[in-house]
Ligand binder design. Structure first.
Ligand code: DAH
Length: 341
């Protein structure tokens, strides 16, 4: 039979290899080793029966083995607790799975795609420009003269820099200039993107928002072309019965300039409120490209003419989805976003 000494050696080695993958396993190990009928307890029972000489020899190592076993099991338990904590939950495979969130396109992206695809069908090509702009592309080339009060129409975020004065673009109209400089005329582009204005954040305005700019320059482009294209756009977006009206307006880079309204209706209280009692809703600015803008990019206004328009995307998204607070688009609240599947 294995003597006490050999048993201790064997258990000592086995102890080094002990492992547990769950709290339950660790507790079972404790019972096997240190419980009332555990290995270590049995060793102490055998110890009582050995000769006084062996007691003297084995007493100390036996106590050490017991301490080592206690240490080892305590360590195993601690490791398992740490692992559970770092995972943030108890591993319990019988629990129901967590809700799975398949990705959803942001409503602003959805609107942007709808609008760009409408214009792409009639020959507009996407063209993008930088969000950080110089004064030339955002203002000067667009016929905003120095010190002209029109610059105050758009509160600008200027960027501190050592080099030339830079700002966050206040509108996507800057891409008209960039694209004409790059490609010249004729040109037909659509440019969606983010724009920035130093404005107080409220349910109706934000300091970051999105526009889609359109520009068409060619020989003989007329206001009638502009109006027909915008009517086509409104009917594709809001349905075949959509009605539009153009109101005279002012932008430095177009002449004549207009703002376009769509007929919203006056049936409900909400209709009355959002259209301020008129039944019409403004959705974009537009006009014939100012001859000076063409000259600024070396396009001859005697040969070419063009139209341009700028659509506010948040406005359209609010109308299409019945959202009454613009800020919801930027909060990234899943409960809001998940409705746009
Ligand atoms: N850039 C103008 C704005 O941000 C919108 C606009 C008006 C764009 C008329 C145009 C335009 O292209 O022709 O308020």
């Amino acid at each position: 039979m294995e003597g006490l000494n050999e048993q201790m050696d064997r258990l000592d080695k086995e102890l080094d290899g002990l492992n547990a993958t769950s709290a339950k396993e660790a507790e079972e190990l404790r019972i096997h080793w240190l419980g009332r009928k555990g290995f270590i307890t049995q060793l102490f029972e055998s110890f009582r029966a050995v000769s006084p000489e062996e007691k003297r020899r084995l007493g100390k190592p036996l106590n050490e083995l017991k301490n080592k076993t206690e240490e080892k099991i305590k360590k195993l338990k601690e490791q398992l607790e740490d692992a559970n904590e770092s995972e943030g939950f108890d591993v319990d495979p019988s629990r129901p799975v967590r809700p799975f969130h398949p990705s959803v396109r942001h409503p602003i992206s959805q609107v942007m795609e709808r609008i760009t695809s409408i214009f792409q069908r009639v020959g507009f090509i996407r063209s993008e420009g930088p969000e950080m702009e110089d004064d030339w592309h955002n203002f000067t080339a667009l016929n905003f003269p120095e010190e002209h009060p029109a610059r105050d129409m758009q509160d600008t975020f200027f960027i501190d820099s050592e080099g030339p004065a830079m700002a966050l673009r206040t509108h996507t109209s800057s891409v008209q200039i960039r694209s004409l400089e790059k490609y010249g005329a004729p040109l037909r582009i659509l440019s969606p993107g983010r724009v920035f204005r130093n404005e107080a954040i409220s349910s109706r305005s934000h300091c970051i928002f999105h526009q889609i700019e359109g520009l068409y320059v060619d020989k003989g482009v007329s206001f009638a072309d502009l109006k027909q294209t915008l009517l086509f756009f409104a009917r594709e977006l809001f349905g075949p019965d959509a009605r539009i009206r153009l109101r005279p307006s002012y932008f430095p880079f177009t002449e004549p300039s207009a703002e376009m309204d769509v007929w919203w209706g006056l049936e409900t209280e909400t209709d009355r409120r959002i259209t301020k009692g008129t039944g019409w809703l403004e959705i974009l600015g537009c006009g014939m490209v100012h001859p000076q803008v063409l000259r600024n990019v070396d396009v001859d206004p005697e040969t070419y003419s063009g139209y341009a328009f700028g659509i506010g995307m948040e406005r359209i998204a609010m109308l299409l989805y019945g959202v009454n607070d613009l800020r919801l688009f930027y909060e990234n609240d899943l409960r809001f976003l998940e409705q746009f599947k």
